[in-house]
Structure formats: structure tokens, C-alpha cells
Design a protein around this ligand. Structure first.
Ligand SMILES: [Zn+2]
Length: 340
């Protein structure tokens, strides 16, 4: 029997090749208070310090048993990098974006000269380097970033949804800008040792903006990122929040390798909607992983495995107060599942 490293196993699954069993990974944020206490690296410091960020990401592997390491833990580093005002996070809560910096095409021009070594973008890349040096030969090193549509929303604020409907030139210019940044940032993460890329684009939902606007404002931009990653032989996973069922074939149109679906999606419906993309999901992070017992986590995992989910994982970011034993129950169920 072939022995796979966790890195080979995940790479095989994401490219549709056969393997011995399911990898145990999370493509969404992994940090919890129990892991912080176990490893001594806490939020919010672990969001700003590469050593601490790497340490807390490592706890996902050493404490929980995930067969991968993943950074960062939030989706505000990108907006912060461009000067948006951020509400600081706490030990239990991620930071959030509260101020916005782009109202016009002229504002976009002012942001075009940036240096990826700076700010938290630089911190994430440094953390990836630390993790890749330590684990890169064995474990997948997962780099994650906010997607271009949700970054545009962070930069523009609540006007963004109206903007795409009423000011196409501005909307497309901002998508072009955020996407160029995403491509450069993703390449830099890969240069530093990331081998798997996750695009978290929570509000880029066809359910919210409609298929026509999704095709125009999202698909070509996601495709640019995915193409840039494929040139580097890096598999890419796309996560969009909410019930994405009706938009799944459009989501797949950007050639992404895997799609992480939210708990509001029925996984067997999702699998019917895609032709090649691997469906990832979708244990409820609140009502199952956080608030239930390991036994319930195992039961819910079994239900997903029985309907054939290709990759068992949380349906969205893991809640910081989630008990380790619940995450371990999910890991155990994934690892015990051999592929036919
Ligand atoms: Zn989500």
C-alpha cells in the first residue's frame, strides 16, 4: 500500500487523484482559546506577530490533530493594509473592518503603490515562512486571504452593493485593483512556502447579487487568481458563506479545485451541481462544533461521510470557544474514512 504524507494526500485529493483515506484539514480559520492556552500564543497578538501566528497555527496540528497548518485567523489584514480603520480583536474575537478608504476611481489610484512586505500582509508571509521551514516537507501549508469581491466591499463600505449595480466602471476598476493585489499576495505566500491557497470571499454570493452580476463581477476575477496559482502548481479552494447551492456551477466556472460550502448548503445537492470541483464541508461551526458533544460531532460527520462528501471540514470559520475534543472528533472521523 502506498504511504502518503499529509501534504501528498491533500494535493492528490484536490487534484482529483486517488488516495488511501480522507485528509483531516480545515480550510477555514482554525484557532481556538483552548489552543491558545495550550501553546501560549493568544489573539489578538497572534494576528500581528509572525512568530505567535505560526505558533498558534501549529497548535491546529499539535493540539487538535489537523494534518495541515494554516494562516491567518481573520480576514481584515488586507483592508488594514490599505488603511481601513479596524476594530481591534480580543482573545475570543477576530478584528473587524469599521472604516473604508475608497469612494472613487481616484481613491483607487492612490492605493496602487504598495509594498507586500509591510503591515500584516508581511506578517502573514513571514508566518508562512516559519511554518514552511518547519513542516513544509510533511504537512500542507495553507495560505488564506480574503477574496477580491469582499475586499472591495471592505475598501468601499456598505455602498459597494449599490456601486456594482449603478456604477459599473467604478465597480470593475475596484475589482481589477483588488484582484491584482490578491494575485500578488497569493504569489508571495507561495514564494514563502504556501502550497495550498484558500480564497475566503464571504459576500461574493450569486444568491446576494444574482447570477448575471456574479458572472461579471466575480467569475473573471476569481479565475485570474486561480490561473496564477495553477501556473505555480498550487491548488485553490474557494469559500463563500451562506446558501451557495444555486451559484455553485458559476463558482466552479473560475476553475477552482475545491469549493468549501457553508452549513446551509445540502452537500448532496452541492455535489450534483458541480462537475469537477471537490465539495468541502460542512459541519455547522456554531450548532455542532461549538455547542454540541464529540458524540454529536461524530454522528453529524458520519451523515456527511455517508452521503459522500469528498472532504469533511467545518462549514465556515471555527468559533474560538470550540472545545478541542469536538474538533478532534471531526479529525478522527475524517482520518477513519477510506476512499472507495
Ligand atoms: Zn463562511
Amino acid at each position: 500500500m502506498v504511504e502518503y504524507t499529509p501534504k501528498e494526500r491533500l494535493a492528490h485529493v484536490l487534484t482529483g487523484q486517488s488516495v488511501d483515506r480522507m485528509p483531516a484539514v480545515s480550510f477555514t480559520q482554525t484557532a481556538t482559546v483552548e489552543q491558545m492556552e495550550a501553546c501560549g500564543a493568544f489573539w489578538p497578538q497572534a494576528n500581528d506577530d509572525a512568530e505567535k501566528m505560526a505558533k498558534l497555527a501549529e497548535a491546529g496540528h499539535t493540539v487538535v490533530g489537523f494534518e495541515a497548518v494554516r494562516v491567518p485567523f481573520d480576514i481584515t489584514a488586507e483592508a488594514e493594509f490599505f488603511g481601513c480603520e479596524i476594530k481591534a480583536g480580543t482573545k475570543e474575537q477576530q478584528p473587524s473592518v469599521v472604516g473604508h478608504v475608497v469612494k472613487s476611481v481616484e481613491d483607487i489610484e492612490k492605493l496602487k503603490d504598495y509594498d507586500l512586505d509591510h503591515g500584516r500582509i508581511g506578517v502573514v508571509c513571514d508566518a508562512i515562512k516559519i511554518l514552511a521551514d518547519k513542516y513544509g516537507s510533511e504537512l500542507p501549508v495553507i495560505g488564506s486571504m480574503i477574496g477580491p469581491f469582499s475586499l472591495a466591499q471592505h475598501l468601499n463600505g456598505d455602498d459597494w452593493f449599490m456601486a456594482i449595480f449603478t456604477d459599473e466602471a467604478f465597480g470593475l476598476a475596484l475589482m481589477e485593483f483588488t484582484t491584482q493585489f490578491n494575485v500578488a499576495y497569493a504569489r508571495k505566500m507561495v514564494e514563502n512556502g504556501a502550497d495550498t491557497m484558500v480564497i475566503i470571499d464571504p459576500t461574493a454570493s450569486a444568491q446576494l447579487i444574482g447570477a448575471q452580476f456574479y458572472e461579471k463581477f466575480v467569475v473573471p476575477y476569481h479565475r485570474k487568481i486561480v490561473d496564477a496559482m495553477h501556473e505555480l502548481d498550487v491548488a485553490t479552494v474557494l469559500h463563500i458563506c451562506g446558501d451557495t447551492t444555486q451559484g455553485l456551477s458559476l463558482m466552479e466556472a473560475c476553475d477552482v479545485d475545491a469549493i468549501s460550502v457553508d452549513q446551509s448548503v445540502n452537500v448532496s445537492d452541492a455535489m450534483d451541481k458541480v462537475s469537477e470541483a471537490i465539495i468541502v464541508g460542512n459541519l455547522d461551526p456554531v450548532n455542532v462544533l461549538w455547542n454540541k458533544t464529540p458524540e454529536v460531532v461524530k454522528q453529524k460527520s458520519k451523515e456527511l461521510l455517508d452521503i459522500g462528501v469528498p472532504l469533511l471540514a467545518p462549514g465556515c470559520g471555527i468559533v474560538s470557544k470550540t472545545p478541542t475534543e469536538n474538533l478532534q472528533a471531526m479529525v478522527e472521523m475524517a482520518k477513519s474514512h477510506s476512499y472507495p
